[in-house]
Write a protein that binds this ligand. Structure first.
Ligand code: ATP
Ligand code: MG
Length: 372
């Protein structure tokens, strides 16, 4: 069953929490909704679950318009952002709670509760009370309780926010395993872009009640439609520089106080309209290379110079925080899959930009000139 949302809008008094969004989710799809705090993620889920009435727009589960269908008749399972377990009930009874209130037969409860507990690796804790559990175990009880039922749609509202990195990783895998077993449309909300990249078949990036872009992780990373998406996806974030596009014969240059680079010809059809104007030029930290190790031909017209301020080792190499040299010095960051020795601190170095992977945004609209 596909889920389709058309022009969905939710207004709280004068606040537009969800502003005219449309998308659909495939029968087996796992969609991640990501965006900064207050952008409307929870409200979108609550509208789908029927916990909020729509102000405008339509929600379809398959062919069925569900706008006027009560929450309990929509057959949605939802894990809430501020999960709570019942302190006076055992783990077993906590998980069984939703089934009992739906009058599910006793023998089915006896089967499905341990199965759900097993999925989330808490099957050895069924007799305990919540106060005898760690925070991570308690969160798993909340997950098992929400997900024990066979639902038509699964909604997850930042379910792992209270877990440490390792438990989060495990619980994420448990959720994916559950999804692959049930294969129902699912929406997973997070404000963490790396979690979104790890989980989503597709990702929808939200801001201010709107969906900015929806696509696979690779699409959002390589072909962001606008500056917000470019900045939000990828870590560390993309470097942005205000430049002026200058035409010189057949060539287009990007000039800033810190550098002057010759842009590759394949960009010209898209950027020619902006020659003579200021634009925002974006280059990801991964696309800056030590010249000797660059996987593309390097020449003086692709270089950016800077002073190394901080070298931060990472599991795969290092993130190097730098400032440009010109009069209006600007910070930027490069990531390398090698450990840059500490002797480079406070030194000046030159890096080569992989300009085929550069981005150019209109200064006013913030739309990508290359990919929108
Ligand atoms: N019941 C309500 N009454 C009035 N305003 C609300 C209500 N619920 C949410 N809002 C407002 O709507 C906007 C979207 O809220 P929502 O909870 O959907 O954000 P969110 O993306 O889930 O944020 P977070 O990441 O912090 O959980 C916010 O500005 C919020 O203050
Ligand atoms: Mg929320």
């Amino acid at each position: 069953m596909e889920i389709t949302v058309n022009n969905l809008t939710k207004r709280f008094e004068d606040k537009l929490a969800v502003n005219d969004i449309s998308f659909s989710i495939g029968e087996h799809e796992f969609l991640v909704l990501v965006g900064p705090s207050g952008c409307g993620k929870t409200t979108t889920l609550r509208l789908l679950a029927g916990l909020e009435m729509t102000s405008a727009g339509e929600i379809y589960f398959g062919e069925r318009r569900v706008n006027d269908i009560r929450p309990k008749d929509r057959n949605v399972a939802m894990v809430f952002q501020d999960y709570a377990v019942f302190p006076h009930l055992t783990v077993f009874e906590n998980i069984a709670y939703g089934l009992r209130s739906r009058r599910v037969a006793r023998n089915i409860i006896q089967e499905s509760v341990p199965a759900a507990a097993k999925t989330f690796r808490i099957d050895h804790l069924l007799k305990r009370k919540p106060r005898q559990l760690s925070g991570g175990e308690r969160q798993r009880v909340a997950l098992a309780r929400a997900l024990v039922r066979d639902a038509d749609i699964y909604l997850y509202d930042e379910p792992l926010s209270n877990l440490d990195a390792q438990l989060r990783h495990q619980a994420r895998e448990d959720i994916l395993a559950l999804h692959q077993r049930k294969l129902r449309p699912s929406i997973y909300v997070t404000h963490d872009q790396s979690e979104a990249m790890a989980l989503g078949d597709r990702i929808a990036v939200m801001r201010g009640g709107k969906i900015e872009q929806i696509g696979t992780g690779t699409e959002l990373y390589e072909r962001p439609n606008n500056q917000f998406v470019a900045f939000f996806i990828g870590t560390p974030s993309i470097n942005l520089f205000q430049v002026t596009l200058r035409g010189e014969g057949e060539v287009i240059w990007a000039d800033s106080s810190a550098f002057s680079i010759r842009l590759p010809e394949e960009l010209y059809p898209k950027i020619r309209s902006h020659v003579g104007k200021k634009v925002q030029f974006g280059i990801r930290p991964e696309d800056l290379h030590v010249p000797k190790r660059a996987p593309f031909p390097v020449d003086a017209d692709t270089m950016i110079g800077g002073v190394v301020n901080v070298i931060e080792p990472s599991s795969t190499g290092s993130s190097v925080y730098m400032s440009t040299l010109g009069e209006k010095s600007q910070d930027f960051v490069a990531t390398f899959n090698l450990r840059l020795p500490a002797t480079y601190l406070n030194k000046e170095i030159e890096l080569a930009m992989n300009l085929r992977r550069a981005h150019v945004f209109d200064l006013e609209t913030e739309k990508s000139l290359l990919y929108s």
